[in-house]
Design a protein around this ligand. Structure first.
Ligand code: MLT
Length: 412
């Protein structure tokens, strides 16, 4: 008899953003005249930059000629792209990451979801709350948690990120083996200094733990003193893996390309306490289950690192950061507390006494604006909503006007 993985029963019925999409679709169906503005899921709206499109076209043209056509590519990605990534994203920042420590993939969501396969099922995991739901859900699927009770999964060490600790996770009181960190943070937009990250690297070294560091939003950092990669911290190569994405950096949400850095020094342990190379394990997994990102997409990603590419993507991120600034000012003028939006496309808004789903419904029904309810990111997110800056300036401006109108006379 074919039997189901019953860990799936522990999950909520649907994935957060699928849930939201269904709700929005229903409202649109019932009110076809409404022009709904989507500031929910962090999905870019600006077209791929011209230099990137040229790289894409070049790749497609090569595929159209027998002489330059490519079949299966190397599963960790083409050398031309991995070298550019290593030089530009890491070596230029003083981080000694080499091309062969980079594995190109179809995005950080898949990498963050798949990487947990390499670990034993009985490890102790520390996860910030609130956080991007993929980290937790994929560990639930793998059977690393108990049941969901009173808003939390048993067996997980939750690290509360609250106003009181500036939305920064604190070192756990008990020993943990795997730690998820995300900076600039999704959903709060908080950032971590080098000192802050060093604390985690030291902890991981002392406890033979591993950090999974999600840096998908690093390109939004505008303060040069803030680290853009965990490998700016001494010793991080021994204890940290980093997820990166071209989605928010260069508009690849629909094009799909990201990468994961697994340094060769990074070791995990077997039941006999012997060291195992994480790099070899991931290489084995990746080459067995993944056949590489398409050649034109890797050419497009390579073009991100050209001089024009760099200038063009910076202009796009500045555009979204300007939207974030407009959102922050509007929210402030309405008397709400918020964080984020400075080195991040997300603004995390304290709804005062409102429950986040109630706030979500209010904005959707009264302002025709979609946000993301904070509860979807964890129990600590219950009083919050997240507004994303990914949309056109016109739509963001209009959305803020509509929110102001909807909230006038509807103060909680
Ligand atoms: C988000 O809105 O949190 C992200 O865009 C979702 C994702 O990257 O999968």
């Amino acid at each position: 008899m074919i039997r189901a993985n019953e860990n799936y029963n522990k999950l909520k019925a649907s994935y957060l953003f699928a849930d939201i999409a269904k709700k929005v679709e229903q409202v649109q169906l019932e009110n076809p005249e409404k022009q709904i503005i989507k500031l929910g899921i962090g999905d870019v709206t600006k077209a791929l930059a011209p230099a990137i499109i040229k790289g894409f076209h070049d790749g497609v043209d090569e595929m159209a000629d027998d002489a330059t056509f490519r079949g299966y590519g190397p599963s960790p990605g083409y050398e031309f792209l991995r070298r550019k990534i290593a030089e530009n994203d890491f070596q230029k920042r003083g981080a000694d990451i080499k091309a062969d420590e980079i594995f190109v993939s179809d995005g950080a969501k898949c990498d963050a979801g798949n990487f947990q396969e390499l670990f034993a099922t009985d490890i102790k995991i520390a996860i910030p709350d609130p956080v991007y739901p993929v980290y937790l859900d994929t560990n639930v699927m793998a059977g690393r948690t108990g049941e969901f009770e009173n808003g939390r999964y048993k067996g997980i060490v939750y690290m509360d990120c609250l106003k009181e600790n500036s939305f920064l996770p604190e070192l756990p009181d008990e020993d943990v083996d795997l730690i998820y960190l995300c900076f600039p943070n999704n959903p709060t937009g908080s950032t971590a200094t080098k000192e802050e990250l060093k604390k985690w690297v030291d902890y991981a070294k002392e406890n033979k733990a591993l950090i999974l560091f999600d840096a998908a939003y690093e390109s939004f950092i505008r303060d040069e003193t803030l680290p853009r990669t965990i490998y700016e911290i001494e010793g991080a190569k021994e204890v940290a893996v980093e997820f990166r994405s071209f989605s928010k950096t260069a508009g690849f949400t629909g094009t799909r390309c990201g990468f994961i850095v697994v340094p060769k020094e990074c070791m995990i342990f077997n039941s006999k306490n012997e060291k195992i190379s994480l790099h070899s394990m991931w290489d084995r997994r990746h080459s067995t289950k993944f056949n590489g990102v398409s050649y034109p997409v890797q050419k497009a990603a390579e073009a991100v690192y050209s001089q024009e590419g760099q200038a063009q993507i910076k202009a796009q991120i500045d555009y979204y950061l300007n939207n974030a600034d407009i959102i922050r000012k509007s929210i402030k003028s309405l008397g709400f507390d918020y964080v984020g939006g400075e080195h991040s496309p997300y603004i995390w808004i304290d709804g005062k006494t409102r429950d986040s789903w109630e706030f979500f419904d209010l904005l959707l029904n009264k302002a025709s604006v979609v946000c993301t309810p904070g509860a979807g990111f964890g129990m600590c997110g219950k009083p919050y909503i997240r507004i994303s800056a990914f949309n056109s300036l016109e739509n963001v401006t209009m959305a803020m006007e509509r929110i102001k109108d909807a909230l006038r006379g509807d103060q909680a």
